[in-house]
Ligand binder design. Sequence first.
Ligand code: SAH
Length: 303
Amino acid sequence: MLAIIFLERENIEIKMKDINTVIKTKEILNKFNIKANKKFGQNFLVSDSILNEIIDVADIKENELVIEIGPGLGNLSEYILLNSTYALLIEIDNNMINVLNDRLSRYNNFKLVNKDILKIDIDNYIEEIEKNRNISFKNVKVIANLPYYITTPILFKLLQESKRISEIVVMVQKEVAQRMVAKPKTKDYGILTLMVEYLTNAEIMIDVSRNCFIPAPNVDSAVIKLEKSDKYKVENEDVLFELIHKAFAQRRKKMVNSLVSNKFMNLDKEEIEKLLNKCKISTNARAEELNLCDFLNITKEIK
Ligand code: SAH
């Protein structure tokens, strides 16, 4: 009873059915005498209804490998392990490793790795698990409540480096989710939007209040689903990526000027204007007025 009163004051939006994970989280923090570590972006998701929704959205199939980045105290991990064939959990914080080994001791369908996600070769780990367990996974899915201070490097790593991961269901800061699915000519539209549109089919699936976490972060969150897709593939991908980055480097300028001053392909102003003319794009346009197809057309004109 005491716990419930305490909770109500602290976290008004948490519903009764969420009480299990809230209580468990507080118990674990007490038992191990630890606090959320800001340096590692630790905000523990304690809403059982959101945890259930994430599992629904992720739609885990048999013989799929689930990768969780930053399992923390294991709140999401338990839901994942109950619903999947096997999971790879990657956590940077030693303190969390002790908690996870204790909390997850009754499960035998996971491998816990104490490493920085940005410093490992994910596909190597997948291969190693397959070898050791003598299985080959049909599909590899990432499900995670990401550490927000490194959201974009993690996403680019998952999207660009791994050949095995085909789907990503992640909690991110709401603003970041909105940037991923933004439309041209809005302030949210930019490099992240275009990279995500080029590499995936993206959809915001769940809006999540800051009150669903302990401690509550200063921002609201959203769960976004990214399905990798080859629908736009160009051969000279590096040129496309350079073009997008340099076009938005000075987004208030005309794109031509941003490209020239950032030395895009070392082309001069005249050459860039010629390119744009060929693609029927105004030489006065700013980067945010172009859609992905415009960027793809420019890229294809550069042989
Ligand atoms: N999944 C848990 C915790 C989310 S908080 C929950 O939903 O409650 C983010 C987690 O990512 C923390 O556990 C943090 O320690 C971990 N983390 C932060 N940086 C990391 C990195 N570079 N590599 C792996 N894990 C990281």
